[in-house]
Design a protein. Structure first.
Lengths: 365, 317
């Protein structure tokens, strides 16, 4: 296997119709009871483009709308606003497109929860066979059998597991079945929602290398949702950062992680666990960064005649060299989270949430 | 052979697993998921368990909770908790044991909440049934718990499907610490959490743990997180423990080739992109022998020439 692919082999995306284009996507969910007026603004005005053969990582806060974005694109959720173009075709305008085999053979999603996404009544073989059918590869049974076994090996599973039921598989084994199921279709676009979160690092690297190989050899495009910044950097050409339902920063992966410009991205990068600085969690520094994210008052681009700032409208500033396609949303523009709030908005509470009684167990070390 | 001598906190182990062997006996496939595993966790100690996907970590956790179902069989070994034989507990003892003594965040946490009850109702339930608090008091505590895991208390009214994957995971973490158990088992509790929230929640758990003195069995694939949080850790492969020591020692000086592969396979956050491989294609470990002590408190399964078969099965692809 050649690894020359590790140098940026970005296709010339400008001249082609992008594989996926999302414009001004918005989505609100009602929460609370039937008659409640509360709603969560899960997505607001999201613009994202993925070129053919491009891998884009989507990282960001838990609850910031990453899965919702993928689910809207996969047509599992109806957006409240915006347009979604797959291969230049506006899929929202095409109703029959929704359930059509053509759409599913073009675009596949790997779901975030491997415990909820495999129907417990079926054997593993069933899921993969069905995907092969979507792809339209009927063929002789011997060929199908060969392909099934090949798919299992590709994701590092033994072929005899084809006979197993999902409950007989470990978390990481299910995750790999979910990946194999999407690959069986040989789609052009894969939306992978945390596909490797339950794999040990050595298997994970194998899967990431596999995805890169598929991109290099078959030109597959991919949205790779992850919390693992290092793997985003390893696999993705570009990385986009989501916070409170909006994209706040995006750029060539190496550049973005080396020069994070938005306070939230800076916070994110600072929180990556690192055994070399064990016990590195510094509540004081954390509080400062949180403060910067929640109440940004200054913008680094303020006063730059070429880059207008705005507290009322989301403006994108270019960061550094244009070749890195790195932009950051103006810091002056404050996140407006929906009714549900988001994780950062919840201040850390004193670490005595429910502790009052229980004196018996106090072990002063 | 026990390694409780190097326990932190008290020297009295809270949990003692000896020689545990668990098999899944199926008609198509029989697996020895856990093979002669021994370890113990001291009071107030955080013990990490890492290893290959499918190596038996969740099976160990389920054995401790006595949640194994057919066709799983505990073929040999013992589990004792606070000196009590867990495998001999009556259904009544088990009920108390499961929530009050030991609480677990399942790997399937995202999928383990009751879909027809709101998050609030589910947390309140725990308090009213197991702690005997009034509804009002339970609600107040439920709101506190959600805040602990960075969820806005207004979400008490949300149903599980209205929460993101990470929010559901956080709700389950909140429920597990609700009754302040003496042993908390966390099976990949943070796979859906961004690193900021993950770090804050783990810091809170660690803080609570220091304060209340409970013990933690922490299963994760995130080696950095494990090394940061655990006092001691064990690395498993194919149902067996291949290495165990203080977490810092495993990190600084991994001895077993599989541990070395684990420690060397995470891509860096700086520098050029370099291709990485996990274990070289086709490398499998078989017939892993018992651990031997290579340094004080550092135990490794012997490997190499004749002690262990390192089978090159030919490239898988
Ligand atoms: N069906 C729904 N009804 C109501 N609210 C919803 C629904 N689905 C998602 N939400 C809300 O939308 C927001 C975004 O959720 P989403 O699942 O997209 O987050 P995420 O970025 O994938 O988070 P995570 O990393 O934790 O999985 C959350 O506040 C969530 O509670
Ligand atoms: N009900 C079952 N029937 C048959 N085999 C099973 C069953 N449950 C688990 N297994 C097998 O036992 C082995 C250990 O599974 P376990 O869930 O303990 O792994 P794990 O270490 O938690 O892996 P992961 O990190 O992927 O979650 C796996 O090979 C799995 O396929
Ligand atoms: Mg999600
Ligand atoms: Mg598991």
């Amino acid at each position: 296997m050649s690894h020359s692919a590790l140098s940026p082999t970005r296709p010339d995306v400008s001249t082609q119709t992008p594989a996926l284009e999302v414009r001004g996507l918005g989505k609100s969910f009602p929460i609370g009871g039937l008659f409640s007026r509360q709603s969560v603004r899960a997505l607001h005005c999201v613009d994202l483009t993925i070129g053919r053969g491009e891998i884009v990582a989507l990282v960001g806060e838990s609850g910031s709308g990453k899965s919702t974005l993928a689910r809207c694109v996969a047509r599992l959720e109806k957006p409240s606003a915006g347009a979604i173009l797959v291969d230049g075709v506006d899929v929202l305008k095409r109703d029959r497109f929704q359930a059509s085999r053509a759409f599913r053979s073009r675009l596949q999603m790997v779901f975030q929860d491997p415990f909820g996404s495999l129907n417990p009544a079926h054997r593993i073989e069933h899921f993969l066979r069905r995907s092969l059918t979507i792809h339209g590869k009927g063929g002789p049974e011997s060929e199908t059998q060969r392909r099934l076994e090949e798919l299992m090996t590709t994701v590092g599973l033994q072929a005899d597991m084809l006979n197993s039921y999902p409950h007989e598989l470990s978390g990481g084994q299910r995750q790999r079945v979910a990946i194999a199921r999407a690959l069986a279709v040989e789609p052009q676009v894969i939306l992978a929602d945390e596909p490797t979160s339950m794999l040990d690092v050595s298997v994970r690297i194998g899967v990431l290398n596999l995805m890169r190989k598929l991109r290099d050899e078959q030109g597959i495009s991919m949205l790779y949702i992850t919390h693992d910044l290092a793997s985003a950097r390893y696999l993705a050409d570009r990385t986009a950062v989501m916070f409170a339902g909006e994209l706040v920063e995006e750029g060539e992966s190496l550049d973005l992680l080396a020069n994070p410009a938005h306070p939230y991205t800076q916070l994110l990068v600072s929180a990556v666990p690192d055994p070399a600085r064990a016990g590195s969690y510094d509540p004081v520094r954390r509080a400062e960064l949180r403060q910067a994210v929640m109440a940004s008052t200054g913008c680094a681009f303020d006063g730059d005649p070429n880059q207008a700032c705005s507290a009322s409208e989301p403006v994108r500033h270019q960061v550094g060299d244009a070749a890195n396609r790195h932009w950051v949303r103006c810091h002056l523009y404050r996140p407006r989270a929906g009714a549900g709030g988001h994780a950062l908005a919840t201040e850390p509470v004193a670490t005595e949430p429910v502790a009052t009684e229980h004196t018996d167990k106090k072990a002063s070390a | 052979m026990t390694v409780s001598q190097v326990s932190f906190g008290s020297h009295e182990p809270v949990l003692d697993v000896k020689d545990l062997t668990v098999k899944y006996v199926g008609d198509t496939r029989s697996t020895t998921a856990v093979d002669r595993v021994s370890f113990s966790i001291g009071t107030g100690e955080v013990f990490g368990l890492a290893g290959e996907s499918g190596c038996g970590k969740s099976t160990i956790a389920n054995s401790i909770m006595r949640l194994l179902k057919d066709p799983a069989k505990i073929a040999r070994g013992s589990i004792s908790f606070g000196g009590k034989d867990v495998l001999a507990m009556s259904p009544e003892e088990l009920r108390r044991f499961r929530w009050q003594d030991v609480a677990m965040v399942f790997q399937s946490a995202m999928n383990s909440l009751n879909p027809v009850l709101t998050i609030g109702e589910q947390i309140v339930d725990i308090f009213t049934t197991h702690a005997g608090y009034s509804r009002k008091e339970s609600l107040r505590r439920a709101a506190d718990l959600l805040e602990l895991v960075r969820i806005d208390p207004s979400r008490l009214k949300s149903y599980p499907h209205q929460l993101s994957g990470g929010m559901r995971q956080r709700a389950v973490i909140a429920m597990a610490v609700a009754l302040k158990p003496s042993l908390l088992i966390l099976d990949e509790p943070t796979t859906a959490l961004d690193v900021v929230v993950q770090q804050e929640i783990m810091a809170q758990i660690k803080e609570l743990q220091r304060e209340l003195g409970f013990s933690v069995l922490f299963i994760t694939h995130d080696m950095s997180l494990m090394v940061e949080l655990s006092h001691r850790m064990a690395v498993m492969y194919g149902g067996r423990i291949v290495e165990t020591a203080k977490a810092q020692d495993v990190y600084a000086n991994p001895r077993h080739p599989y541990t070395q592969a684990l420690m060397g396979a995470f891509p860096p956050l700086t520098g050029p992109r370099v291709p990485l491989t996990g274990l070289p294609d086709g490398v499998k470990f078989r017939n892993i022998p018992d651990l031997t002590e290579v340094a004080p408190g550092h135990l490794v399964a012997p490997f190499g020439a004749d002690a262990e078969a390192l089978v090159l099965e030919g490239a898988a692809r």
